[in-house]
Design a protein around this ligand. Structure first.
Ligand SMILES: C[S@@+](CC[C@H](N)C(=O)[O-])C[C@H]1O[C@@H](n2cnc3c(N)ncnc32)[C@H](O)[C@@H]1O
Length: 298
């Protein structure tokens, strides 16, 4: 990001940046120099939750999922899953984001990361140090509600009773056959409010075939998709996915909501902001919410 872009992002002049999203999202007209207190009465955007202001704690050089972390936070806050399973964890960038949100919200979610921690044809093969580093990080923070299951996806499936998983993230080997097999193997494990996430639906080279399976499976369920950060497909498999989550897609038309999509896209772009700028924005927002609290108390 250039200096100009950073400045624009921090000052919110182009109407599409992060701070502008946050302003719209919280309708905090009381932010210094950003409008009147009447803005408090504007309706919030469909996908707002304060957890969107949190900073991701675990970011490694495996960055392909980083752009979806705000969505992971929102997804946890909105679905409040009882059981979350990730198939394919590697260094833990995506998994740790889900755990961070669960911990932050003090949810009772049981979480499981499944991986051989040996790698595959797309992620490349790697040694035991990857698992050791993640286990150290994970055990110190999330052992209360989360387990790393070092085994194959197929072997792990046998440990899970049917109809229990509320949120499943499929991010293993990315061939058409593998992703289809993973979905079909885990489908019976899904609850009646289950959502399934598919990473890499927007990659078409090097034998990736998630996009092709996504084209098929998304015909069958309400869905939503992001194109950034290699693409993320969001499939509402259970018939009783919470309505608040349904703001992402129009259940009948099976099409995505532009308002929800653009808010999450703006928030996803937050990853381009420096930590300092994000900290400043969070502090401004906290100050604003205190002032709002004072205003409402008066
Ligand atoms: C793309 S990486 C996961 C990336 C991770 N979700 C992230 O966001 O950083 C895929 C992982 O899936 C694992 N994997 C692939 N197929 C597997 C299988 N059948 N059983 C267990 N692990 C598998 C690999 O070891 C690799 O670590």
């Amino acid at each position: 990001m250039s200096q100009d872009e950073e400045t624009s992002a921090s000052t919110g002049t182009d109407g599409t940046d992060d701070l502008a999203s946050i302003r719209r999202a919280q309708s905090v007209g009381a932010l210094p120099g950003t409008g009147s207190i009447r803005a408090l009465h504007s309706p919030p955007p469909p996908v707002w939750h304060p957890i969107l202001l949190e900073h991701p704690h675990h970011l490694t050089d495996v960055s392909s999922w980083h752009g979806h972390i705000p969505f992971a936070f929102w997804c946890v806050a909105t679905l409040r899953p009882r059981v979350f399973v990730e198939l394919g964890t590697h260094k833990g960038d995506s998994y740790a984001a889900f755990c961070q949100a669960i911990d932050h919200l003090s949810l009772d979610t049981a979480c499981f990361a499944v991986d051989t921690w040996r790698g595959d044809d797309h992620a490349g093969l790697y040694d035991d140090s990857v698992y050791a580093a993640l286990a150290r990080y994970h055990d110190a923070r999330y052992r209360r509600f989360s387990q790393l299951l070092r085994t194959t996806f197929d072997e792990a499936a046998a440990y899970f009773p049917d109809q229990k998983i509320d949120l499943l993230h499929i991010d293993g080997l990315h061939t058409y056959e593998a992703v289809r097999h993973d979905f079909e193997t885990w489908l019976p494990k899904l609850s009646d409010r289950a959502v399934v996430l598919f990473h890499d639906i927007n990659v078409r080279e090097n034998g990736f075939g998630v996009w092709r399976f996504w084209e098929e499976v998304s015909q069958r369920y309400p869905h939503f998709s992001f194109t950034h950060s290699h693409g993320l497909g969001v499939l509402a498999v259970g018939p009783y996915v919470p309505d608040s989550f349904g703001t992402l897609y129009e259940k009948d038309a099976q099409s995505s909501s532009p308002a929800a999509s653009s808010t999450l896209k703006h928030l996803s772009e937050r990853r381009h902001l420096t930590r300092a700028k994000r900290t400043t924005m969070s502090m401004n927002l906290k100050a604003a919410s205190w002032r709002i609290g004072d205003y409402l108390d008066d």
